[in-house]
Write a protein that binds this ligand. Structure first.
Ligand code: SF4
Length: 116
């Protein structure tokens, strides 16, 4: 398809990237951000979990989480924050046992406040 429809070039936009087999919004956002330097925020399992715990998003649906993040975070920081949120999710805000007492964000975190 890349050769046939896109002249051998990887597209740099959501509409065309998601035409490619196996490419959904998450992958398209990653490609746009990492390969083309376009402001984009991909919602993977870590971003979904952490952003909803903190209160940056309020949805079980990744598309709505992406919309919330696009609304609540400065555009020029989307790509960097994507990586930072993933790192935070892997190291501190883990799925099963989040290390809340070690977390620098606990004073801001909605989930933590609710459990206190
Ligand atoms: S306080 Fe806990 S739940 Fe909130 S972001 Fe930190 S680790 Fe995650």
């Amino acid at each position: 398809m890349l050769i046939r429809e896109f002249d051998g070039k990887v597209p740099d936009n959501m509409k065309d990237l998601t035409k490619l087999p196996g490419v959904g919004r998450k992958t398209a956002n990653v490609v746009m951000s990492n390969a083309f330097g376009i402001d984009a925020i991909a919602v993977d399992t870590h971003v979904q979990r952490v952003s909803n715990r903190i209160g940056l998003a309020n949805s079980k649906d990744v598309l709505n989480t992406e919309k919330d993040l696009r609304k609540n975070l400065p555009k020029e920081k989307w790509s960097k924050l994507h990586h930072q949120i993933i790192a935070h999710g892997r190291k501190i805000c883990k799925a099963r046992n989040p290390l809340c007492e070690e977390c620098d964000l606990k004073d801001l975190c909605e989930d933590y406040k609710e459990r206190k």
